[in-house]
Design a protein around this ligand. Structure first.
Ligand SMILES: Cc1ncc(COP(=O)(O)O)c(C=O)c1O
Length: 387
């Protein structure tokens, strides 16, 4: 017997893990456009960029000791700028437990050719955080977007470290309270928790990272878009909105709109509460699901943004990995046609399963409506598999 179609659709079927859902109520017509068609170095352009930086500082509670820049090439650009500019001065420890962390390992070990200590864990787990040597520089991802596993907090990061911490925080920022005193470098992009546009990265540097930049010259060449110093001094203008090259002012205005939405909702505390409530709503469905279970084994490490689910063994008994990926594809296309849910397939390198974005721009009522649709789609896909 086939399961009937659920009666209620999510009103906004946007569950992609990046670009993520726009803030509720967003429309392109609501964006300020005065800075478009103008130079980003005009008084207005610079003022808008500086405003984006200062609102970021206010909303994320970034202390005055830390500098904030808008940089090219999204989160990847921001992370690679930091890796290329800072590493090589001392040993380095890389933490990797999913695809993005692995990407930074490739950068450091293969491209920069550094002898790194690599602490790895398989999808669903975290490496041993107690084994990290903070006399080395430490590179890690706060929230592993492709496995839905995040570090539980910042307590494992040594307060008295001599190395730097470089944190890819792209799917954590605006969803967790980041301990700025433990992060010498943090990066993110606008298209995740804020539902902004892709293209630009945010790079946040603590005083010890700046000290490194001003006292250390890497052995390798630095392309122009990575350069943060001139004649051994930090280029301070970069942290006031004087970007290295031309930003999209439309993306900047969209980011400012999202920041204003955050402020109107009540700021960071509300953003974290929305993501937590969303993840709890989805979890209520998972806990009674007969076929989906969390990929993250330890509840303390489960993401409140990129929630990754795998198939329960019994539900897909006898179906190999390729077959399970086909089921996910089928579910995704069924729900796209129904306009009930978009873009929820798990990441291509992750174990087969689904990934539902629960960040603050998603409404929890839509997650409540989603569960029955996932059940319906799984049922349909399994029937197709049996035929
Ligand atoms: C943890 C993490 N790091 C890096 C990236 C790459 O981000 P971008 O496309 O903004 O460069 C992503 C994108 O999903 C991510 O989730």
């Amino acid at each position: 017997m086939t399961m009937p179609k659920p009666a209620t659709r999510p009103s906004r079927p946007f569950f992609s893990s990046g670009p993520c859902a726009k803030p509720p109520g967003w429309s392109a017509s609501k964006l300020a456009t005065g800075s478009l068609g103008r130079s980003h170095r005009s008084r207005l352009g610079k003022a808008r960029l500086a405003h984006a930086i200062e609102s970021t500082r206010h909303l994320l509670r970034v202390p005055d000791s830390h500098r904030i820049a808008i940089v090219p090439a999204s989160d990847t650009g921001a992370v690679e700028m930091a890796l290329w500019s800072l590493l090589g001065a001392r040993g380095v420890t890389m933490l990797a437990w999913e695809s993005f962390g692995e990407g930074w390992v490739t950068d450091v070990a293969k491209q920069l050719g550094l002898e790194a200590t690599i602490l790895r864990a398989p999808y669903g787990a975290l490496p041993d955080l107690g084994a990290v040597d903070f006399d080395t520089d430490v590179v890690f991802t706060w929230n592993g977007t492709t496995s839905g596993v995040r570090v539980p907090d910042g307590e494992w990061i040594a307060a008295d470290r001599s190395g730097l911490t470089i944190c890819d925080a792209t799917s954590a920022v605006f969803a967790v309270d980041l301990p700025w005193d433990r992060l010498d470098v943090a990066t993110y992009s606008w298209q995740k928790v804020l539902g902004g546009e892709g293209g630009h990265g945010v790079l946040i540097l603590g005083p010890r990272a700046v000290e490194r930049l001003e006292s250390y010259q890497p052995a390798w060449p630095l392309p122009k878009i990575f350069r943060m110093t001139k004649s051994g001094k930090l280029i301070e203008g970069l942290f006031r909105g004087e970007t290295i090259n031309t930003p999209s002012m439309l993306a900047v205005e969209d980011y400012i709109y999202a920041l204003e939405w955050v402020e109107l909702q009540g700021g960071l505390t509300t953003m974290i509460a929305r993501a937590d409530a969303n993840a709890a709503m989805l979890d209520a469905w998972v806990s009674v699901s007969s076929w989906a279970e969390p990929l993250a084994a330890d509840p303390a490490t489960r993401s409140n943004t990129s929630v990754c689910l795998k198939f329960a063994d019994a539900a897909v008994a006898g179906i190999d990995e390729a077959g399970q990926r086909t089921i996910v594809k089928k579910m995704e296309s069924l729900l796209e046609v129904e306009e009930a849910a978009y873009d929820f397939a798990g990441y291509r390198d992750a174990p087969p399963g689904i990934r539902i974005w629960c960040g603050a721009t998603v409404d929890s009522g839509d997650l409540e409506a989603l569960g029955p649709w996932l059940d319906w789609a799984f049922d349909q896909a399994m029937q197709a598999d049996r035929r």
